[in-house]
Design a protein around this ligand. Sequence first.
Ligand code: PLP
Length: 395
Amino acid sequence: MREHSKRYHPHTAAVRCGHRRGAEQEHCEPIFTTSSFVFKDAAEAAARFSGDEPGNVYSRFTNPTVRGFENRLAALEGGRFGLATASGMAAVSGLLLALLKAGDHVVASAELFGSTLSVFTKVFNRFGIDTTFVKLTDLDAWRAALRPSTRLLFLESPSNPLCEIADVEAVAAIAKEARAPLAVDNAFCTPALQRPLQLGADIVVHTATKYLDGQGRCVGGALVTDNEAIYDDLFAMLRTTGPCMSPFNAWVFSKGLETLALRMKAHCDNALQLAKWLEKHPAVEAVYYPGLETHPQYEQAKRLLDGFGGVVAFTVRGGRRAAWRVIDCTRLLSITANLGDAKTTITHPATTTHARISAAERARAGIGDNLIRVCAGLEHIGDITGDLQTGLDAI
Ligand SMILES: *Cc1c(COP(=O)(O)O)cnc(C)c1O
């Protein structure tokens, strides 16, 4: 394959990397909807099966369209190896299946995506894998949680929904000392804003469902690493256990990556304007957005990120009734817990994404009944603020 990843700027790699033009001289990436591949003779079949010769065998293992997406995403993350999965959660569980065994220990940030938290506490705990949860921004807690049996550090930054920012460089240094790999879920930032491998992480975890697609069309995920031994383990586990990505979805995600940098910039611009507008509204108590100087990790976010992301959380004066009122008064914003879409979404974390954890845990995580999360889409900012104004003015 003509490999562009190391030679060109990421904006160029996003458009050009991962496509080998075929005999038809097609300009756009084709979709290879085939489950299997044929061999020119028995010897070639044998060489492909034994791994002596590279090449396609069966689409659960490799598929050219899926490979295109994997290579393009890997180029953007600055890693050599990408692996596509059926969903973001398939990437998370595949990572744990590949790297851990009974008796191993994991240190993870407490502020995790709900299903990721459940994978640790309800699935892998049954197989003798113990997880200690620590506050994302508390480096002493990360260090103190390490055990001789620690085999993985896992974090998600920025956190959902309060957008706390991890010092990925510092956690990576702790992981190196512990000789355990660090995995970072990069869903909120994408490689357009944060490149964890360059900050010292070993594995990047992705849900492609969110910003990589960016238009809410398909479910998918991916893992990226620069470590060949880790890649071999991930590949063997994922291709054996089966959660592969369909070629059609891979094609949608590849085309999504072409516009990722432009879209992320627009999401960030809208989110910052929204955060500043919310700060001035008398019905708003507090605004959580890393692009505001009032955010506790503002300086760190400026140092580590190329933008502050599209997610804004805020509290309103009053309790759940007031928060629900703001949500129910919207006519344009979509009331859904999804994010990373061209369409702006609004949700009440305490009764949706964080409803299954106890009230005490919610309080500890800072998720009050008066908290609202908005994921800024690509509509005009005036229409987004206008839609929120009705409910806020009514409080
Ligand atoms: C959505 C999400 C996931 C899971 O991805 P799916 O594609 O829905 O399986 C994991 N982590 C974060 C941060 C997410 O937002």
